[in-house]
Write a protein that binds this ligand. Sequence first.
Ligand code: MRU
Length: 330
Amino acid sequence: MLPRTIDWSDGRIVAVDQTALPELRMRRIGTVDELVEAIRRLVIRGAPALGVAGAYGVALAARQTADPERLAAAADRIACARPTAVNLRRGVQRALAVSGDGPAAVLAAARALAEEDVAACREIGRRGAELLGELCGAGPLRLHTHCNAGALACVEWGTALGVVRTLHADGRVRYVVVDETRPLLQGARITALELAAEGIEHRLVVDGAGPSIIARGLVDAVVVGADRIARNGDVANKIGTFPLAMAAARAGVPFVVAAPESTLDAATPDGSAIQIEDRAAGEVLDVGDGRGAPAGTPAWNPAFDVTPAELVTAVVTEARTLRRGADLQV
Ligand code: MRU
């Protein structure tokens, strides 16, 4: 059984170090500088977990200063640590909004956000499982997921993997195809770990295999998470999501996005307005044991892509099921 991904204890953030997985190591984070570094390095990652980290980060800052300007500056540094997942800024803003009431109020707001995330994931799982029943039948289903939208990307349970867990509890999962998710292997290191821990049948594949596995009729539905969903329904998620959506559309396979309401961003009109994080070339050059590209090879490392709304069968949140066409307007 995995511990909570992110929590608060003795005046510090306590988080699973996601860079070490599948080895389980906890990190204690006591300052804003440490938190910003941890977020940038993906020690803490996944949109909902980033939201909670943002709120706890303001709680750390509020213990260190009561000066509103310094607090706002610290909050802004946390919010800017990664640009794509809207949850990070939202979590920061939510905690900052009560900072006038003192550090205890900020911490209480962060704790409340963490509990809301747990409840939201359970409900996303329930609604997503119901939707897949409607779209694909009772199963057992062959599902495909990308990156890690599981318990380790949230506080507990997960969004896309919350749907998988809920289906599994009813004996409705035949297997889950898991993309490795280069360059940082969130699928191989984290999703495969979560599925194994639950005894859920799964197959790891290289990212390039995903679309052809769908085309060969080996998948009933694709279920992924999201980092930001624009007003028109365009979905930013881990790089490699878009090719799966194209393959799913071509094969007539449902492509379902499972995400909390806090990932919907009505202030962003469409996917072209979403800032895509560019990460260091070294992450692409190094592969596994280090035998990768020749040193100095120029590389691009966009961390996310945007799947156009027209390829999204439905977005499932804890409150709604937004279907393509009529109501996929967030
Ligand atoms: O770079 P990461 O690992 O933070 O990217 C995570 C993803 O893209 C997830 O799919 C997304 O945040 C949803 S997590 C429920």
